[in-house]
Design a protein around this ligand. Structure first.
Ligand code: ZN
Length: 470
């Protein structure tokens, strides 16, 4: 063999053998770790597994001879950054690697909105709904909740400290109701001519506007020197242009013109008295210089009241002595006996012979059928009384005070609601009813302010007669 051939063999052998020798030496002279992750993320509360990467990819390395230790603890119940150090030992070689472990949580907080009525005002930028927020890690985040209104929705947004965000929304019902207005004082005010009108104003409430009271507009005025009916209008508009208004009527009246009949006359008539309430009634009538008619019976102890009524210009009419249907309606004679008894009694007290009468129950009463023995007594009596020079008066407004009505306000309403365009009204009340007497002052004030004249009945007064049914 030539010298050069030997050289080639040696050279070739060197090349052939040197590669594994280099590789072998290279692996444990500064060996490497593959697939090592320098940064690892772990979810909060989930287990963390140490991972030293891959040292066994190299077949020349005897994996089992490499010892791997790690240092550093990872507490996954606390979010944050942890460091773990891996130490690899192979024969005399030592390698250390650092791994950053990030414990994080990725659950967004939960928002809870109480209630289901999401009504707000149009100008509202925040809702008052009770909102709470709870996070699995940061716990209570209620104070972090932001809200904003956009269109017909309200959005609630909250982020936890890890940056997980939750947004929820609710549909809104945007409503602004019309303001509510109420008057200070009564909706009807009666003033004597010349008396001062004091504007008491009104109060307003609005569900959306807080200063609505200052926006009340008062329209109208009262001329207290002129008898008449005046109207004051209180108007208010909220910021959604909802308009509301209420009215007050002011009646300016003159209590001293009862003798000047204007064509509209009210005859106040009181049956069945006198009673313990009649004196008070006379005081009221006096105050307004109003004259009325009393269809009296014979209660004991009130002779002086009858006298006072007569002296003060009221008409004393006759309603029978006993007011006992069974007695007075048994026959014609019995009726007249009773009627003359009360006529005589009134004459004794006042000196005046009254021929103005009212039948108990009115001329239309049918109760008399029970007692008259089939003689159609009302038909006969109505003719007989006139033949004997009496005049009988029924009524065209009943106050209802002998029926279902048992309070002053209803008595008042029953009377004034029935006042219309007739030339005269004969009003039936009973001065034996406290609540009925209490309604009289308002009736008078109302009537005077409306231009009615109050008159006592006389033999010349127009009559109201009911249909006779017996
Ligand atoms: Zn009666």
């Amino acid at each position: 063999m030539k010298k050069s051939s030997i050289s080639i063999i040696i050279f070739t052998s060197l090349i052939l053998f040197s590669v594994p020798i280099f590789m072998y030496v290279g692996c444990f002279k500064g060996f490497q770790v593959k697939e090592f992750r320098e940064m690892v993320e772990v979810i909060y509360n989930e287990p963390f597994n140490y991972d030293a990467g891959n040292i066994c990819y190299d077949s020349f390395l005897k994996c089992h001879e490499v010892s791997i230790n790690h240092k550093g603890k990872v507490d996954t119940s606390k979010i944050g950054e942890y460091y773990v150090y891996y130490t690899y030992k192979y024969k005399n070689e030592i390698l250390t690697k650092k791994q950053i472990v990030k414990v994080k949580e990725d659950e967004a907080p939960i928002i809870n909105v109480e209630g289901n009525n999401f009504t707000i005002c149009p100008n509202q930028t925040k809702t008052n709904f009770k909102v709470t927020a709870y996070d699995n890690y940061d716990k209570d985040l209620t104070n972090e909740v932001e809200q904003y209104i956009f269109g017909n929705k309200v959005y609630f947004k909250v982020s936890d400290y890890s940056g997980n965000t939750r947004v929820i929304n609710r549909d809104l019902n945007i409503v602004d109701n019309a303001p509510i207005l109420s008057l200070n004082g009564s909706d009807k005010i009666y003033l004597k001519v010349g008396e001062e009108y004091q504007e008491l104003g009104a109060q307003a409430f609005d569900d959306c506007d807080t200063d609505i009271g200052s926006k009340i507009e008062i329209i109208g005025s009262v001329d207290t020197n002129k008898v008449g009916e005046y109207e004051i209008i209180y108007k208010v508009q909220d910021s959604s242009y909802n308009m509301q208004s209420i009215r007050r009527k002011v009646y300016v009246y003159s209590p001293n013109d009862t003798t000047l009949a204007t064509g509209k006359i009210i005859y106040l008539t009181f049956d069945d008295g006198p009673s313990a309430y009649t004196s008070r009634l006379l005081d009221i009538l006096k105050k307004y210089n109003v004259k009325a008619t009393f269809f009296v019976t014979n209660p004991k102890g009130y002779d002086n009241v009858i006298l006072r009524a007569y002296k003060e210009g009221h008409t004393i009419g006759l309603h029978t002595y006993t007011h006992d249907y069974k007695q007075i309606y048994q026959n014609i004679d019995a009726y007249f006996t009773d009627l003359y008894a009360i006529q005589e009694k009134v004459k004794q007290i006042t000196g005046y012979t009254s021929t103005i009468i009212r039948f108990p129950g009115g001329s239309s009463n049918t109760i008399s059928r029970k007692y008259d023995g089939g003689i159609k007594i009302m038909s006969k009596l109505s003719k007989e009384v006139e033949a004997k020079g009496f005049k009988y008066f029924d009524w065209n407004i009943s106050s209802g005070d002998a029926g279902l009505t048992t309070n002053s306000e209803e008595v008042f309403t029953n009377i004034i609601d029935n006042l219309g365009n007739k030339d005269f009204y004969v009003v039936l009340q009973h001065d034996t009813k406290d609540y009925s007497v209490s309604a009289v002052e308002e009736v008078i004030k109302y009537g005077l302010a409306k231009g009615y004249t109050f008159m006592p009945l006389s033999m010349n007064s127009p009559v109201v007669h009911h249909h006779i049914a017996n």
